[in-house]
Write a protein that binds this ligand. Structure first.
Ligand code: MG
Length: 250
């Protein structure tokens, strides 16, 4: 009986393993410097811009920022040139004019080359699902910071499973499958936000559930919000570049 019970427990534990790292989250404080950095995986060289699926909504095609505004709805003032857009210090974060919930999102980005600064002050930007849940953009190529704030981290909560960051200046891809959180009429969480993230072709989050909004030096609880909200790109004072951004609603 003991063997059967142990076997079943093993089965249950292994069935829970993928996609849930909630126990790990409890072990580490937010931005805990002692939390280990994940192993480095060389993703290989950057390719050309990814092909755009026929049913995708193109959010940035390299020509203009017509699909983007500031957080206050004013025209976005990021630089657009040579088919890319670049964050402009002081111009503020930008967001899509359209709102999205569950989605597949493709983003290509490159951190400044040569690199300037260190830690969080090095090629920092971010992709904000619903404007609330950040997949960190950072130059984490041979550059150390707290693990839950490195490139492809779910900021302040989960480091990526591996560090697949390319060199500064090289194009990198995020392919994100996002499930928006669901709330009941009282505002209680029915199901949390969930993200699968592929960085440069390498899986770095497997249906990871968030504990709440991502935040700096905090892990705040969920607050009920609309089912669809704009996607944001962060101005963190660094000239991070973006190209070929598209989305498929799920
Ligand atoms: Mg950021």
């Amino acid at each position: 009986a003991t063997a059967v019970a142990t076997g079943l427990l093993g089965l249950v534990l292994s069935a829970q393993a993928p996609g849930t790292r909630a126990a790990e989250l409890q072990k580490w404080g937010v931005h805990d410097e002692a939390r280990p950095m994940p192993p480095v995986v060389d993703p290989g060289p950057a390719g050309p811009p990814a092909l755009v699926p026929a049913d995708a909504i193109v959010l940035f095609d390299g020509k203009d920022l017509s699909g983007w505004t500031t957080s206050k709805g004013a025209p976005a003032k990021w630089l657009v040139k040579d088919g890319i857009m670049e964050a402009v210090k002081g111009a503020g974060s930008i967001q899509t004019t359209r709102a999205f919930g569950d989605c597949q999102l493709h983003v290509e980005w490159a951190s400044p080359a040569p690199p300037v600064g260190s830690g969080q002050d090095r090629g920092n930007s971010g992709v904000f699902l619903m404007g609330i849940y950040e997949v960190q953009v950072l130059d984490s190529y041979q550059s150390k910071t707290y693990a839950d704030g490195m490139a492809a981290s779910l900021y302040g909560q989960y480091p990526p499973l591996v560090n697949a960051t390319r060199k500064p200046g090289e194009w990198q891809t995020y392919d994100i499958v996002f499930r928006a959180p669901r709330f009941d009429q009282s505002g209680a969480v029915v199901s949390p936000a969930r993200l699968t993230v592929i960085h440069n072709g390498v899986l770095v989050h497997d249906a990871q559930e968030l504990s709440g909004p991502t935040a700096h030096k905090a892990r705040p609880p969920y607050k009920a919000h609309a089912g669809k909200l704009p996607i944001g790109l962060q101005d963190h004072s660094h000239p991070v570049r973006f190209r070929n951004i598209w989305i498929r609603e799920l």
